[in-house]
Design a protein around this ligand. Structure first.
Ligand code: NAD
Ligand code: UFG
Length: 335
């Protein structure tokens, strides 16, 4: 009996693997190492004292995945594998539909053929587009504003159709807000390839001297200080959310849950918090708004609390502390 974790060497996957192993689950990590390092598997073992099975492979190979599921007597899948860069998705939409939509379709076919019908899927707050109302509830209108977001929305619809056709499926769709931070040990964390797009990794690299400055994309939003507001969530809280979702999937369902803190912070607040914990000056420059960005986005996390018994525990200070600890211990990431 094991849980298959696709994309388990990536940022969110590696932290979830640690929580699964610590909770006594057996896991099989499947990843093509397209955006991650094998070293993450060794680090997961160092943290937990347990050696996870690692299989290098691609979710788009249905027969191979079916064999992995059967050989390892898998009972459930936590599905992280996919691509996540919004800008790249606008430049190479077909690649995103291939990895994220076709990849998930192949995985679902393999699961159906292997008789494994329990799934936790990584969705994103991006499926809400520019929200009409804040905080965002799960029943808010869904709309994608770029190919990456559309790929998540298509998969969500696919999962709802699948459940409607066969109510033996147990599906949790987790809509993440903005995952940041790292494991307390500083052994695993986010290791973006090339120049990061997201705020927190750039801030950490500027503080660490790897990057000269941060551009703040817009200070004329209708927010208290004019900079964009987001719901940052500590990666360990997010990882535990997967464990809780899996535990709650003993009844047949297909339900979407927001995983966020419910608290929004502006870019300036993040910079100040990071300066405080790192004792470093974050050099920044104001720049025009980034195309496609929204002013404010934060979750109503009540449904996850009521139905999964989950809520985020870490605040912004700990998110910055743990991010900084990872940056200091791994200035060049896993390499
Ligand atoms: P990540 O890139 O660190 O991890 C994804 C992993 O999937 C990588 O290890 C990569 O090598 C692997 N992978 C990609 N394509 C694959 C394929 N075809 N077959 C097998 N493995 C493959 O990203 P992450 O931040 O850990 O994100 C995990 C999931 O969460 C993704 O689906 C992402 O879209 C979603 N998500 C992430 C965020 C975020 O801000 N990090 C926000 C919302 C949703
Ligand atoms: N920002 C800057 N400068 C930067 C990077 C970001 O000012 O160099 C600002 C953005 O304008 C925004 C905030 O910091 O106001 C957060 O930006 P991120 O890029 O870190 O995160 P986003 O909210 O834009 O997007 C993230 C993921 C998406 C996901 C979305 C919702 O990258 O994939 O959260 O979950 F869809």
């Amino acid at each position: 009996m094991s849980i298959l974790v696709t994309g388990g060497t990536g940022y969110i996957g590696s932290h979830t693997c640690v929580e699964l192993l610590n909770a006594g689950h057996e896991i099989v990590i499947l990843d093509n190492l397209n955006n991650s390092h094998l070293e993450a598997v060794r680090r997961i073992e160092r943290i937990t004292g347990k050696k996870p099975v690692f299989i290098q492979g691609d979710i788009r190979d249905t027969q191979f995945i079916q064999k992995v599921l059967i050989d390892n007597k898998s009972t459930a899948v936590i599905h992280f594998a996919g691509l996540k860069a919004v800008g790249e998705s606008c430049e190479q939409p077909l690649k995103y539909y291939d990895y994220n939509v076709n990849g998930t379709l192949c995985l679902l076919n393999a699961m159906q053929q292997a008789g494994v019908k329990t799934l936790v899927f990584s969705s994103s707050a991006t499926v809400y587009g520019d929200p009409e109302k804040l905080p965002i509830q799960e029943n808010s209108p869904l709309k994608a504003t770029n190919p990456y977001g559309r790929s998540k929305l298509i998969v969500e619809e696919m999962l709802r159709d699948l459940y409607a056709s066969d109510p033996n499926w147990h599906i949790a769709i987790l809509r993440y807000f903005n995952p940041v931070g790292a494991h307390k040990s500083g052994l695993i964390g986010e290791d973006p390839k090339g120049i990061p797009n997201n705020l927190m990794p750039i801030v950490a690299q500027v503080a660490g001297g790897r990057r000269e400055k941060l551009h703040i994309w817009g200070n004329d939003y209708p927010t208290p200080d004019g900079t964009g507001v987001r719901d940052y969530i500590h990666i360990v809280d997010l990882a535990i959310g997967h464990l809780k979702a899996l535990e709650a999937l003993d009844s047949a369902q297909c339900t979407a849950f927001n995983l966020g803190t419910g608290q929004g912070y502006s870019v300036m607040e993040v910079i100040h918090a990071f300066e405080h914990v790192s004792n470093k000056k974050i050099t920044y420059e104001m720049a025009p708004r980034r195309s496609g960005d929204i002013a404010e986005c934060y979750a109503d996390p009540h449904l996850a609390k009521e139905q999964l018994g989950w809520e985020a525990k870490h605040g912004l200070r700990e998110m910055c502390e743990d991010m900084w600890n990872w940056q200091v211990k791994n200035p060049q990431g896993y390499q």
